[in-house]
Design a protein around this ligand. Structure first.
Ligand code: ARG
Ligand code: GLU
Length: 686
């Protein structure tokens, strides 16, 4: 009986990887997945996805600004990404007279497209495994340098897969002249704001439009008025045919961070220590900011972006904890580890691995947690951060022009700095830090600063009544001595990070990661049925799936698309996040959708967002969502918050990514923006 059950389970396991849509696959190795993709409806070949000799889809996908994905949609280098990815650029160009954030922006011609200093895109030239070369003695540095000499604007990096078991060279061409072409009003691009963020049903038109410029030889170049639109090797054809439940979907983009292979200890840390601590600390900060925003419209605007940033991960972590609990991930991992132990017992090279990992976690978790705690508390005190930035600007080895630039940036930061709010936040995070910090780890310097004033309240008062950094003007004329003795500088020094960047996960600490390297090798021998893919690390990946709703609980089924009717139902001029532009109301009232009118559910409407089963994560924002013929059907921008445990365990029954339907994007460009020429540039007839 038991044996039969085991056989059935094994059969299921062998069958599952092909059915489930889990995984983020390296494009150069996608041949392994083509069978499974074709079963789901994909009609193209691996060479259409990735080829170094022929133009392929990879030539139309861009790393946008280093943190998001974008896609090229015309012969003239037109790029689509999310509104929240283009947000900084849109905000930068916004003034009271030209408030593009509120009213949207549409360049009427090439001359009106707006340059963005510091914004770049990268297009992958090629990727190749270099594990052997590194084993043979070449250094990553030398490999990178050689690759970067191959052409103008070449940027390379060597990235680790499977905790360093494989090394891959990624060679990109970087374009530094990327101009803003269009953005909808925030009331469309951010519709629903933080309330709807991570939520389905969703009605956000989260897109913006940019254009890549190149020199006269189509090569990367710094901004110049003489630059011309980049002519890509390949761009995505847009499909206005529409999508329906069950249709194949593929996402091509740059997912940032997953941890699929961590042990139960590491999951326990995320679920029971790290996430709950960070959620609690952010709940406290959000309460302070939220109350101040309620009370003062000026503060509401000043802290809008800060609030959104704090709230984004805060909500994601809540979903992650919920999901790990729902899936019982810790218990599953423990059972899996028990099986592994039995299997490894007679294999000396593997038998000790779980003990070694356990010991490494026991030795290093507290120190990592303390760093996370500081990052969420004392290192968020803005007045101290500003003091640290000022110290860097004033350092003897900072070139004069650079110094002026840095000081201008510091000055800019005061635009969104309210001393009363900052003071309340400083007190809040100092108390939060004390609540979680073990007495023996409390930094002596910080303790001395606070004790000198008698109490933490008195200390914060002292900080905000005497620091020269408490206002935009007072620090400018301060002498070096005054700044060195300033309480904000002393606070900065007491809490700054002296250990370099914190690895992105506990498991990526070198002392822990070294055990994952052999552990991954062992897992691949132990679990032969499993379809392994390397964890996301901001390198280009393919994930495939289909358009699908989900049943979260008994009787709670979510259909996979939304329409403009849902926007109108939420519309409310009294609530900032739901106050849509009048033009959209008018469109709806007169049903003048033009060629975008679509029959759905027995009525004439316009589709807005859809759900799919692709495995995605942060960084996939702005990724192209493609149909079975590789045509663009949407732009990825979110997951449901109940899916966010997919960074650790993917549940095919409920994990869903959220995309904005390309037909809504085109309608907004055409009907709200009046920029139909962009729609035509994408090859769509109006
Ligand atoms: N949740 C999406 C992503 O993680 C969108 C974030 C931006 N939108 C917002 N309302 N904060 O990053
Ligand atoms: N909005 C996320 C981003 O900025 C994507 C959401 C997610 O899947 O984590 O990349």
């Amino acid at each position: 009986m038991k044996k039969r059950l085991l056989t059935i389970l094994l059969l299921l396991a062998a069958w599952l990887p092909a059915m489930a849509d889990e995984g983020m696959w390296l494009p150069s190795l996608v041949a392994d997945r083509i069978g499974a993709m074709r079963e789901k409806g994909f009609e193209l070949t691996e060479a259409d996805i990735y080829s170094i000799n022929e133009a392929s889809m990879k030539d139309a996908v861009v790393l946008f600004g280093g943190f998001c994905t974008g896609e090229i949609v015309s012969e003239q280098g037109l790029v689509l990404t999310n509104h929240h990815c283009g947000y900084d650029a849109i905000q930068f160009h916004s003034t009271l007279e030209h408030d593009y954030l509120t009213r949207g922006f549409w360049a009427r011609n090439r001359q009106e497209e707006l340059p963005n200093e510091g914004l770049y895109v990268r297009i992958l030239v090629r990727m190749e495994e270099v594990t052997d070369r590194i084993q043979a003695g070449e250094t990553p540095k030398a490999i990178i340098a050689a690759a970067e000499r191959e052409g103008k604007g070449y940027r390379a990096s060597v990235e680790q897969m499977y905790y360093g078991n494989q090394q891959f060279l990624f060679v990109y061409r970087q374009y530094d002249d990327v101009r803003l072409v269009g953005a909808p009003p925030s009331s469309i691009g951010k519709f629903g704001g933080d309330t709807d963020n991570w939520i389905w049903p969703r009605h956000t038109g989260d897109f913006s439009v940019f254009r890549i410029y190149a020199d006269e030889n189509n090569e990367p170049a710094a901004y110049s008025p003489k630059n011309v639109p980049y002519r890509p090797k390949r761009h995505f054809k847009v499909s206005t045919e529409g999508v329906k439940e069950g249709d194949f979907t593929m996402i091509y983009g740059f997912p940032g961070n997953t941890q699929q292979y961590i042990t139960s200890d590491a999951v326990r840390y995320v679920q029971h220590r790290s996430d709950p601590m960070k959620i609690d600390l952010r709940t406290r900060r959000l309460a302070i900011i939220g109350a101040a925003q309620e009370a003062d419209p000026k503060v509401r605007i000043q802290y809008a972006s800060k609030h959104a940033n704090i709230a984004n991960a805060w909500k994601k972590w809540q979903g992650e904890v919920l999901g790990l609990k729902r899936l019982n991930t810790v218990a599953k991992k423990e059972a899996y580890e028990a099986e592994f132990r039995t299997w490894a017992a007679d294999k000396p090279e593997y038998a000790h691995l779980l003990d070694s990992l356990e010991a490494a976690y026991a030795a290093h978790t507290e120190a990592y947690c303390l760093q996370e705690l500081k990052n969420e508390t004392v290192r968020t005190i803005e007045i101290a951060t500003l003091a640290g930035r000022l110290a860097a600007a004033r350092r003897a080895d900072t070139a004069p022009e650079r110094r002026a630039e840095l000081e201008r940036e510091i000055e800019q930061s005061y635009k969104d700095f309210d001393p009363t709010v900052e003071r309340a936040l400083a007190l809040c995070v100092l108390q939060g830090f004390a609540d979680y910090c073990p007495a023996e780890s409390y930094p002596a310097e910080l303790k001395a600063l606070i004790e000198a004033q008698g109490s933490v309240e008195a200390y914060v008062d002292h900080l905000f009544t005497t620091s020269l950094l408490r206002s935009a003007e007072s620090w400018k004329s301060a002498t070096e001595e005054e700044l060195a003795a300033d309480p904000a500088t002393l606070l900065y020094k007491a809490v700054r990070n002296t250990q370099g960047r914190l690895p992105r996960n506990l498991s990526n600490l070198p002392a822990i990661e070294r055990w994952y390297r052999p552990f991954m090798q062992a897992l691949m021998c132990f679990d032969r049925e499993r379809a392994f893919f390397p964890d996301a690390n901001m390198t280009l990946r393919v994930s495939y799936g289909s358009i699908a709703g989900y049943e979260y609980a008994d009787g709670e089924y979510h259909i996979p698309h939304t329409t403009i009717d849902g926007i109108i139902a939420k519309d409310n001029p009294a609530i900032y996040d739901y106050d849509i532009p009048q033009s959209l109301r008018d469109l709806y009232a007169t049903k003048s959708y033009g060629r975008w009118a679509t029959e759905m559910g027995g009525r004439t409407t316009v589709p807005v967002c859809f759900l799919a089963t692709n495995h995605t994560t942060g960084g996939n924002s702005g990724s192209p969502v493609l149909n079975s013929r590789g045509e663009l059907i949407g732009i990825n921008f979110d997951r449901t918050w109940r899916s966010t445990m997919s960074d650790i365990e993917f549940d095919p029954t409920i994990c869903r990514n959220i995309a904005v339907d390309i037909r809504y994007v085109l309608m907004v460009i055409d009907r709200v923006g009046g920029a139909g020429y962009l729609v035509e540039e994408m090859g769509v007839k109006l």
